[in-house]
Design a protein around this ligand. Structure first.
Ligand SMILES: *Cc1c(COP(=O)(O)O)cnc(C)c1O
Length: 392
């Protein structure tokens, strides 16, 4: 099949919800991939922060194929080793106490929202159910997580949305204090707003939010779907900020390319959900969990230190590229603010032509390289991105 034929079939049979870039990919290894015509690309997208170990990491492949050959699924009605061992590892590494496995970021946030409401219901009864989220946030595409997303463009067509979400400007403590009422049960935020433009929250704001939550018994929900699992150079971005949320959600990078999400519960929330109150058929799939253990093993102290080093190297190089006004985000979660008049999408397209895959986030070019990318791949990718930027 040629790439032209593939694109035609896609147009005929795939629901028209994605504006795809003109690139048909065939296979990859590490941070390099090949299109259907054999041209190579350095991947600075990792499938939107998903392929944390790049394409087809050898140890990950061994773990998932080994598990697929033993037992690929049996449901959450029975005990299996991979999900239990992964949960133990996650708790040990994050200081959280219990884990609920699901299949995506939106589902993890659904679990967090349900837990926040039930925590408050159990303790205070009905009516204390409002969640304050941030403007410019992104929490997913299900009805509740769209409702929790603080961008008007997502609040269309699908009425009615889920009640009891309100929004404040991230960074404004007084506004948050004023928004809290006797009806508030939780505050939900991303530490680096990803889809919103790769914008890191101010540490003093985050500390103040945590303090306010403690004082008012509001649950602090941190959506680490994009920032988590080494993306910012620490296992959780919470470590940058020195905070201990009541609920942390993860997804994207934990499965290394296979669908896995999780809700991590702290002391207050560990026993809120009971038998029959939440569940999912696929959550905690043994094959995916066996692979996810490899992700956490590779992101040990030495692995994370290496991520931070490579991120510093990459950020310095990016800051020196033409038309790059500033470099935002944390660690390997990177936004490029461009000179006026330049469109991020146009740079991504030019990058593809030069052999490097990047993403956009609002008006910025976004980079989420695989955490295992080599310095050589980084340098090649930056060189190609530089050519794309110099061209426009
Ligand atoms: C991607 C993302 C989600 C949604 O995850 P899905 O797996 O697409 O459902 C939620 N929150 C944040 C911060 C994200 O980046």
């Amino acid at each position: 099949m040629t790439s032209e034929q593939l694109k035609q079939l896609d147009a005929s049979y795939i629901c028209n919800t994605y504006a795809r870039f003109d690139l048909c990919l065939d296979h990859g290894k590490g941070a390099t991939c090949w299109d259907m015509d054999g041209k190579t690309y350095v991947d600075f997208s990792s499938g939107i922060g998903v392929n944390s170990l790049g394409f087809c990491d050898d140890d990950w492949l061994l773990a998932i194929t080994g598990q697929a050959g033993r037992l690929q699924h049996i449901s959450n009605l029975f005990y299996t080793k991979p999900d239990v061992m992964l949960a133990e590892l996650l708790c040990r590494r994050t200081g959280m106490q219990k884990v609920f496995f699901c299949n995506s970021g939106a589902e993890a946030n659904e679990g967090a929202i349900k837990t926040a409401r039930k925590y408050s219901f159990d303790k205070y009864g009905r009516g204390r159910d409002e969640i304050i989220a941030m403007k410019n946030s992104f929490h997913g595409r299900t009805m509740a997580t769209l409702s929790a997303t603080g961008q008007e463009v997502y609040h269309n067509f699908f009425f009615p949305f889920v009640d009891a979400f309100s929004f404040v400007d991230a960074g404004d403590v007084a506004q948050l204090e004023a928004a809290v009422s006797e009806k508030t049960c939780a505050v939900m935020l991303e530490l680096v707003q990803g889809e919103g433009g790769v914008i890191a929250l101010d540490p003093s704001y985050v500390t103040a939010v945590e303090k306010l939550c403690r004082e008012k018994d509001l649950l602090l929900i941190v959506d680490e779907v994009q920032t988590g699992i080494g993306r910012t150079g620490y296992l959780l971005a919470c470590e940058h900020y020195g905070i201990h949320p009541d609920i942390v959600t993860i997804a994207k990078g934990i499965g290394a390319g296979l669908p896995l999400g999780a809700v991590l519960f702290g002391e207050k929330t560990a026993s809120v959900l009971g038998f029959g109150q939440h569940g999912t058929t696929f959550g905690g799939n043994p094959v995916i969990c066996a692979g996810a253990q490899v992700v956490l093993e590779k992101l040990n102290d030495a692995g994370l230190a290496e991520v931070r080093q490579k991120a510093d190297h990459l950020r310095a190089k990016l800051a020196a590229l033409p038309h790059v006004r500033s470099v935002s985000g944390l660690g390997m979660m990177i936004g490029l603010e461009l000179d006026d008049g330049l469109e991020a999408k146009q740079i991504v397209q030019a990058g593809i032509e030069e052999g490097v895959i990047t993403l956009t986030a609002k008006s910025r070019v976004r980079l989420l390289p695989p955490l295992t990318i080599t310095v050589e791949e980084l340098d090649t990718g930056v060189e190609r991105l530089g050519r794309a930027l110099a061209r426009v």
